[in-house]
Ligand binder design. Structure first.
Ligand code: GLN
Length: 547
């Protein structure tokens, strides 16, 4: 039976709860334990699939096809454990389950209430897979005191109460603000936050305090005293240059030891932190730098491309170079020539996206990279745009486009080289699109296999003939253009096993030009950089040597 660690936050949001959870997961693994990280989000959306990337950041897709919160990406990058559908839940999902049961009559006419019906639903979620791992780390989104978070706090309180003593602990993250005028770190907001937590029946075992300045011993004692936490369990979290320093930094501050102490696990198994020492070594000993442009639509919020940014960093680590990422708004190129903006980059990445805005700019970007011999990685929409560019400018399909931008039947502007897929094969069964509208759960989602062409660049990069990658899209490149495009040098080097769906394209006579229909960034880790990103950066290094 797993032990549970509940991670909550207070004082302000965005303190790095997800990162603290992920780092703790990595440290427990380093001590030989198995872990599972999960996220409980108080918002009312059923899942983040339909939330704007501008507002909520990237949607992280799991192998089993769930559209989840980007924190699951952190968890996976730090622990290497593939995230699953049942690793995240929102209030919206919980309420929708409860209401569905109510409609079905499962509650036998009872009055449905937050306690016990909603809290029971949350506890059922927490119990899933309880015997699969040594530790389940459950992060509660938001901060203590938020109205919509209350059912979750109440549910974890009950959950811990119902288990044998010592099976659940609570870890709380707060901020120690620094008042420059008096040169002091202030503990009062932390005290209030813990008071709030205790008023709903939760007493934290471990306090993690974010601080820009070293926490004096005296303050640590004071926090311990006022918050009823042992002094050794008041852990400092200082700002770091890279998130990948977090496991070692938290270990130095004694986080994993405090957690094991709280469970009464003694003697604690010794940690093996070799993996994280290696990661830090690569980060801090980078030789040189490459400049990569990400040409996309959601460039105002970097979190919208979180995993891509991280995967590029991992690619840099594989080559021992720093990757300087710059964000370029593709919409500008809808009107202007991209050359003056893109010259000087060592590689160009066009990420995924939805909707027509900015796509002509992406097509011009692909053309620029093709003509100038600059390494290009097109991801999902970035692959589709590269194919449209090839169709228009190389293969002579002057009006090539995507059905995504051409909804009105009878008024087609484009020849649909990229079309709306209605039925496909997953594993050994046929999936049919049953939902008529375009929103929520109508995409090809999750892990699918691709067969790679022998002798192709991707086969060499992956060192494999079959791969599995995660998808999240509605549209596909139409196989009927394969012959015409291959005749001009754009090889379809990765296909779905049934040969119907193009998964990867690459230009034969180009130093490095690859488009992939899937999202390789989701599977990259600092200690295991994704081969496509590692090789993309290697190509960028080569370009940087030429200029
Ligand atoms: N909008 C495109 C599609 O649905 C691409 C999606 C993406 O880039 N993730 O096929």
């Amino acid at each position: 039976m797993a032990r549970y660690i509940f991670i909550t936050g207070g004082v302000v949001s965005s303190l790095g709860k997800g990162l603290a959870s992920a780092a703790l997961g990595a440290l427990l693994q380093a001590r030989g334990y198995t872990v599972r990280l999960r996220k409980l989000d108080p918002y009312l959306n059923v899942d983040p699939g339909t939330m704007s990337p501008f507002e909520h950041g990237e949607v992280f897709v799991t192998d089993d096809g769930a559209e989840t919160d980007l924190d699951l990406g952190h968890y996976e990058r730090f622990t290497g454990v593939a995230a699953r559908r049942t690793d995240s839940v929102s209030s919206g999902r919980i309420y929708s389950n409860v209401l569905e049961k109510e409609r079905r009559g499962d509650y036998l006419g009872k009055t449905i209430q937050v306690i016990p019906h909603v809290t029971n639903e949350i506890k059922d979620f927490l119990s899933v897979g309880a015997d699969e791992v040594d530790f389940q780390l459950c992060e509660i989104g938001g901060t203590v005191g938020d109205i919509e978070g209350l059912p979750f706090f109440e549910a974890i309180r009950q959950f811990a109460q119902e288990r044998p003593r010592g099976q659940c602990i609570f870890m709380h993250l707060t901020l120690l603000p620094y008042v420059a005028a008096s040169g002091e770190l202030k503990t009062k907001p932390t005290q209030h936050s813990v008071k709030e937590l205790r008023s709903i029946g939760i007493a934290p075992d471990v306090l993690v305090c974010r601080s820009e300045h070293p926490i004096p011993e005296k303050e640590r004692e004071k926090i311990g005293l006022f918050c009823n936490v042992r002094k050794e369990s008041v852990i400092a979290a200082y700002d770091l240059k890279s998130i990948y320093e977090a496991p070692l930094a938290y270990h130095r501050e004694g986080l994993d030891q405090a957690v094991l102490d709280a469970f009464g696990i003694a003697p604690a198994p010794k940690p093996n932190l070799a993996r994280w020492h290696d990661v830090n070594e690569r980060l801090t000993h980078a030789e040189g730098e490459v400049r990569v442009a990400i040409v996309g639509k959601y460039v105002q919020l970097e979190d919208a491309y979180k995993s891509i940014k991280e995967a590029l960093t991992h690619g840099g680590m594989a080559n021992k170079v720093r990757v300087k990422v710059e964000w370029v708004d593709s919409e500008v190129f809808d009107r202007e020539d991209p050359a003056p903006y893109l010259e000087g980059y060592h590689a160009i990445l066009v990420p995924g996206g939805f909707g027509e805005r900015g796509t002509e700019g992406k097509i011009k970007t692909a053309q620029f990279a093709r003509e100038r011999g600059i390494p290009y990685l097109g991801i999902c929409l970035g692959m589709q745009m590269a194919v449209i560019e090839a169709a228009r400018n190389v293969a002579g399909f002057k009006t090539a486009g995507s059905e995504e931008f051409d909804h009105e039947a009878g008024k087609r502007r484009f020849e649909p080289v990229v079309y709306h897929l209605k039925e496909w094969i997953q594993g050994n069964h046929v999936v049919e699109r049953t939902v008529a509208d375009d929103k929520g759960g109508t995409m090809r989602l999750g892990a699918y296999t691709a067969a790679l062409t022998e002798g192709s660049k991707v086969a060499e990069v992956y060192g494999a003939s079959r791969i599995e990658e995660r998808h999240r899209h509605r549209y596909e490149v139409d196989i009927k253009y394969r012959e015409a495009l291959e005749g001009k040098g754009l090889c379809f080097s990765g296909m779905s096993p049934d040969g119907r769906l193009p998964e990867i394209v690459e230009w034969k006579d180009h130093p490095w030009f690859i488009g992939v229909q899937f999202h390789p960034e989701l599977k990259s880790k600092p200690f295991a950089p994704h081969p496509l990103f590692a090789d993309f950066i290697r190509a960028a290094v080569e370009t940087s040597r030429l200029v």
